[in-house]
Design a protein. Structure first.
Length: 211
């Protein structure tokens, strides 16, 4: 009988092969798909997030863990039906205009997806107009804005103003992050929250959506 601790371990170690084998064994033993996700996979990525915040794990390791978890989720997802479908909400994410950095943004996307959110990534150098168009098209509950340069931080403010002008601001919670960004800056430009790292972004998303 497979134990959920083995799934936890596979995710924490970033061992996709182990996660796949353990997930298949859990399914074969009759474990409920939602239990596999919550007690095995999500529980593992939660520990990864805690260790990342404590500087006990680093970005390359977290990326491997997120990919390992995704391999397990991909096996289980088709077995979920109706209200069981794994989705805590939809996140639209992108790096703001003038900024070409994407490692942090991609890590946030992976962590959010691994934690049960549907993620739509727009890429880098995204203008306020493109963000507004994408919010109108995808109807996300959350919008994540990333900036890694002090010179592009103001594009976050422009994006929020653009959402207001388009009549879309009240439809979405805006989270911002990136090396030069602060909680005070988030308040200053009218964002709903600031996250210093990917694990914190996942926690913030849950708070903003009341989950």
């Amino acid at each position: 009988m497979i134990t959920y601790e083995q799934l936890n371990e596979g995710v924490i170690k970033g061992n996709a092969k182990l996660v796949v084998e353990a997930t298949k064994a859990a399914l074969a033993s009759g474990a409920e798909p939602l239990e596999i996700i919550n007690r095995g996979l999500v529980a593992g990525i939660t520990i990864v997030g805690q260790r990342f915040r404590a500087c006990e794990m680093y970005i390359p390791e977290v990326l491997m863990s997120a990919k390992a978890m995704a391999a397990g989720v991909d096996l289980v997802k088709p077995l979920l039906t109706g209200k069981e479908v794994l989705s805590k909400g939809k996140l639209l994410i992108g790096t703001v205009k003038g900024d070409l950095h994407d490692i942090g943004k991609n890590l946030v996307g992976l962590m959010m997806e691994s934690s049960g959110y549907e993620v739509v990534s727009l890429g880098v150098d995204i203008s306020p107009e493109k963000f507004a168009e994408a919010v109108r098209e995808h109807k996300p509950q959350l919008l994540g804005l990333s900036a890694l340069l002090t010179t592009t931080m103001l594009a976050m403010k422009d994006t929020i103003e653009g959402l207001k002008e388009a009549g879309l601001r009240d439809s979405v919670k805006v989270m911002i992050g990136g090396a030069p960004v602060t909680a005070d800056f988030a308040t200053e430009i009218g964002a709903d929250g600031y996250a210093p790292d990917a694990a914190s972004a996942t926690e913030l998303a849950g708070k903003l959506l009341g989950k």
